[in-house]
Design a protein around this ligand. Structure first.
Ligand SMILES: Nc1ncnc2c1ncn2[C@@H]1O[C@H](COP(=O)(O)OP(=O)(O)OP(=O)(O)O)[C@@H](O)[C@H]1O
Ligand SMILES: [Mg+2]
Length: 486
């Protein structure tokens, strides 16, 4: 291998498509690679497992052969949305969890890197939606690990999209990122003060492309049922017919971005037989109006919450496949006009941003304080603003001042903690109330960015330790000096 060669990877593990972006740095010059399917597009996040043989088909091949495979295989799409579910499916004698299925997609991405460059994708920065629960983060880590990939850090999807377009956006102090994909809408208002990037406000929704496809499919189905005079709900159709209708609806949705009409024809639509429907743009715009309004309101809400006022938002970055919906673009354009920015290569943006962070990692710093309200009502800070969070931890010892058999810690330091009900902001640790007894409290931020406190009495065994966690930690990201020119 040549000297000074380093590879850095970012992964966009999407609900509908997934992608890896890699930077190969040789003598300080990075070269960018996109890895997805064999056709140079991101990989459809679908997995099919043969019901008899257990054979696994993933990505574009599984997507292209969806109809054929849905007869012989268990077919999984949008696994990201159900990652935290404890479901188990037995297929050809093997039990599958959502994590196992997600792992197959990571394996396919890893293979794609190997086949193209011979390199091993073994460590990566991975982008996740806003509000992706610590549980889901953990599951995603396990899925990647099963494919031999270590997740070095997470970055929020809108923040990654921002970094992918950093050159274009660096002179805009406040930027809104609007990322509407297949499974989620993620909006983030970002402030950039000389490379210190903080999220001023975020908003999100689970209503996205998949939901819209489903709605269109139901409406077309209702049209067909009316015409043919057969009463049969879409959900009661054979699953292969439902799948077929969903695929055609998704295709029509995209076609109506450019054309004023789209046709859906299905030769064998269950008991309805051959069907053909002509869809026009106005009908379509009417159907998606509530979702478009929801998305526009989500952006408005985030802008309001950020407190900066619309006039101070410099750019609105539109990414994610569903940002191409024509009714959305028309609405957004009438409200925000010149502020809208549609990057090139948007389907690779999130992976690209994650890869840039993998290559030139900055650091997360806390943007809030967390501490304990002591018995005299004074505040004892555990974590202060502007503290670097990588490997941060601290330990302190407390004495007991009353005769309770429990040492009770009440947390505070930020308004959301202070305003939450007592059971969420306090931690009771079993104690003996002996004079010489101490309560040892250890605080740290775990690999999933959850702030954790573990406390226990010096006179009680480990199992009497208690844990408090807080997953809403506010932080900012500080870019390093760029070591390589991008
Ligand atoms: N031209 C288009 N018009 C409307 N919708 C589109 C268009 N192109 C793609 N989409 C939709 O965008 C969605 C996929 O977008 P994207 O690849 O950004 O999602 P994802 O990253 O997989 O999902 P998420 O970020 O929610 O996990 C699909 O629902 C797809 O139908
Ligand atoms: Mg996405």
């Amino acid at each position: 291998m040549p000297a000074n060669l380093n590879n850095y990877y970012g992964i966009d593990f999407g609900t509908t498509t997934s992608a890896v972006v890699g930077y190969m740095v040789m003598d300080h010059k990075p070269e960018q690679f996109f890895y997805g399917d064999d056709e140079g597009r991101p990989l459809p996040s679908v997995v099919a497992i043969n019901k008899t043989t257990g054979e696994i088909t993933t990505g574009r091949e599984a997507w292209n052969k969806k109809m054929e495979l849905s007869e012989t295989c268990e077919y999984f799409s949008s696994v990201k949305s159900v990652l935290d579910r404890d479901t188990r499916t037995t297929i050809a004698g093997r039990e599958w969890t959502p994590v196992d299925i997600a792992a197959e997609l990571f394996k396919t991405l890893k293979t794609s890197v190997k086949e193209r460059t011979g390199n091993d994708l073994s460590i990566a920065t991975v982008a996740i939606p806003i509000g992706f629960s610590p549980e889901k983060r953990d599951k995603l880590r396990s899925a990647a690990a099963k494919a031999g990939i270590t997740i070095s850090s997470f970055v929020s999807e809108p923040t990654a999209a921002f970094f992918a377009n950093y050159e274009e956006l660096r002179s805009s102090p406040i930027v809104a990122v609007f990322d509407w994909g297949g499974g989620t809408l993620d909006v983030s208002i970002l402030k950039n003060e000389n490379g210190r990037i903080s999220e001023l406000a975020t908003a999100g929704s689970n209503i996205a492309g998949d939901y819209i496809d489903n709605k269109i499919a139901q409406r077309i189905h209702a049209k067909i049922a009316r015409k043919k005079g057969i009463e049969l709900a879409f959900s009661d159709m054979p699953s292969s017919a439902q799948d077929l209708m969903l695929v055609r609806s998704e295709r029509a949705k995209r076609a109506l971005g450019d054309d004023d009409t789209a046709t859906i024809s299905i030769n064998n639509y269950g008991p309805f037989g051959a069907c053909r429907e002509l869809l026009d743009y106005d009908w379509f715009a009417d159907i998606v109006e509530p979702e478009v309004s929801m998305a526009v309101d989500c952006l408005k809400k985030a802008i309001e919450q950020s407190g900066v006022g619309l006039a101070n938002i410099d750019r609105i970055v539109m990414v994610g496949g569903s940002s191409n919906l024509r009714p959305l673009i028309e609405r957004m354009d009438s409200i925000y006009g010149e502020k809208l920015f549609f990057p090139d290569e948007t389907m690779w943006n999130v992976g690209q941003g994650a890869a840039r962070l993998a290559m030139t990692p900055g650091d997360y710093y806390s943007n809030q304080s967390i501490g304990i309200i002591l018995s005299d009502n004074s505040f004892f800070a555990l974590l202060s603003p502007d503290t670097p969070l990588t490997n941060w931890n601290m330990e302190c010892h407390f004495g007991i001042v009353d005769t309770n058999e429990e040492a009770r810690f009440v947390f505070g330091g930020s308004s959301d903690i202070e305003e939450s009900p007592a059971r969420f902001k306090s931690l009771s640790v079993p104690a003996y109330r002996f004079l010489q007894e101490q309560i040892i409290l250890r605080a740290f931020v775990d690999e999933n960015m959850v702030f954790k406190v573990i406390a226990g009495s010096t006179m009680r065994p480990r199992e009497y330790r208690r844990v408090w966690d807080y997953s809403q930690l506010k932080c900012y990201y500080k870019l390093p000096e760029m070591r390589v020119e991008l």
